[in-house]
Each structure stands twice: as structure tokens, then as C-alpha cells.
Design a protein around this ligand. Structure first.
Ligand SMILES: [Zn+2]
Length: 88
């Protein structure tokens, strides 16, 4: 599993992942433990996919994510530049 580095919010020491559980297709709960033995804080981080920057070539219909506002604006500018379709 790749590591998302987190620091303990109390003592600012590096924390290690203890467990990671998939809650939904787009959200995980990750339990961290502070490496500072004098602190010992254990805490849960929620990691969630928040938006799409580039659409998947294999889209899952059960995954509904907003498109980044920056990407959406760029796509709209590109659509405005397209020539209109010929009328039938
Ligand atoms: Zn700590």
C-alpha cells in the first residue's frame, strides 16, 4: 500500500499507518499512530476522492465524481471552438 504521509496533529511527529479500510468506492478510513513514544496519539484520517481531473477510459457507472472547475472551464472553451454540426 502506498503511504499518505501524515504528521501527528499534537506533537507534529511522523505517524505510521496501522490499518486502512475501504468504506466506499471513493472513501477510505486510515488509522495512524504517532511514532513519538512520548505522545502515543492514535487517530483516524478520512481519505476521499474529491474530483476528476482527467476522465477514466474505463468509467464505473457507480462512481459519480464532479469534474474539476478548472477542467470544466477548459472543456467549455474547447466546445465553443468546435464548428457547428451540419443541419440535416
Ligand atoms: Zn504525536
Amino acid at each position: 500500500m502506498s503511504n499518505i504521509h501524515f504528521q501527528c496533529p499534537h506533537c507534529r511527529s511522523r505517524a505510521s499507518i496501522r490499518t486502512s479500510e475501504e468504506m466506499t468506492l471513493t472513501m477510505r478510513e486510515i488509522t495512524y499512530q504517532c511514532r513519538n513514544p512520548e505522545c502515543g496519539h492514535t487517530f483516524v484520517v478520512t481519505a476521499e476522492v474529491s474530483r476528476t481531473l482527467s476522465p477514466s477510459a474505463m468509467p464505473n457507472p457507480n462512481v459519480l465524481l464532479p469534474i474539476s472547475e478548472v477542467v470544466k472551464a477548459r472543456l467549455m472553451r474547447q466546445l465553443e471552438l468546435l464548428p457547428e454540426a451540419p443541419q440535416r
